[in-house]
Ligand binder design. Structure first.
Ligand code: ZN
Length: 256
């Protein structure tokens, strides 16, 4: 006659183990979410930085345009001054000197005008590129927001699932013998694995070693805890289902 109490203890512990493994998996998933959010944010930042670089390039070019325009104005004022003087000079030598200065300024003016024109063309080009990049960034932001909302939902879902599983755990964990529970908790904390292995088709559900018939018999008797000869987990053989003589053997083994 098997020791029903010991069998029941193992059944409860096995169930608890499955729940803890589930909670552990969910917690690991939960922990990975912030990293996914961080990666998404970094990706968006790359796009933002590209736009900012273009914006500062535009600002620089506009600055060049402004300073060249100011320079052109200054040269123009100087030229007008010389041209006024030119009308009042007495000697031929003075006239020639001023005329030379004026020609020199005129050459400079042409040069500056070219530079202003080139800056303006560049500004047009940059503005066009900026519009394009802004459109791209807007699309990226939209995509990003959807992604983040997805991660936020995932976090919520995971937390809710953890709460559900923790509730289930609380429902029966007090029925497990405190000594057995302590042993289990120490094992789970240290190795992230359970204390009990479900016997599946006469093999250990944890390490899949075939269990000798003698050991199986002892395990079925539940006189004491019988451990797997390989992985040392306590063997748990579920009682046969009363409605079904040919018991469906669960395929999910113990987590390793
Ligand atoms: Zn084993």
């Amino acid at each position: 006659m098997p020791n029903m109490d010991l069998q029941e203890q193992l059944r409860l512990l096995y169930e608890l183990q499955q729940i803890d493994a589930e909670i552990l998996t969910l917690n690991n998933k939960l922990k990975s979410v912030p990293l996914k959010i961080k990666r998404a944010e970094e990706q968006l930042q790359v796009h933002q930085q590209k736009l900012q670089a273009k914006q500062s390039q535009l600002a620089d070019t506009e600055k060049v345009q402004r300073s060249k325009t100011a320079e052109l104005e200054m040269e123009g004022e100087q030229r007008i001054k010389y041209e006024t003087q030119l009308r009042e000079v007495k000697s031929n030598k003075e006239y020639q000197a001023l005329d030379k200065e004026i020609s020199f300024i005129q050459e400079k003016e042409v040069e500056i005008e070219d530079e202003i024109l080139s800056a303006m063309l560049q500004i047009d080009q940059l503005n066009e590129e900026l519009t394009q990049q802004q459109t791209e960034l807007d699309a990226e932001k939209e995509k990003h927001n959807v992604q983040i909302a997805g991660y936020e939902q995932e976090t919520k879902d995971l937390k809710a699932e953890i709460v559900t599983w923790s509730g289930k755990r609380k429902g029966f964990s007090h029925q497990i013998d405190s000594g057995l529970m302590e042993q289990y908790q120490a094992q789970f904390k240290r190795y992230r694995k359970g204390l009990v292995a479900l016997v599946v088709e006469n093999a250990c559900g944890n390490c899949h070693l075939t269990i000798p018939p003698q050991t199986l018999q002892e395990a079925r008797r539940y006189g004491q805890f019988i451990r797997c000869g390989s992985c040392r987990l306590i063997l748990y053989i579920p009682p046969p289902s009363p409605d079904d003589a040919s018991v469906e053997v669960p395929t999910s083994g113990s987590q390793s």
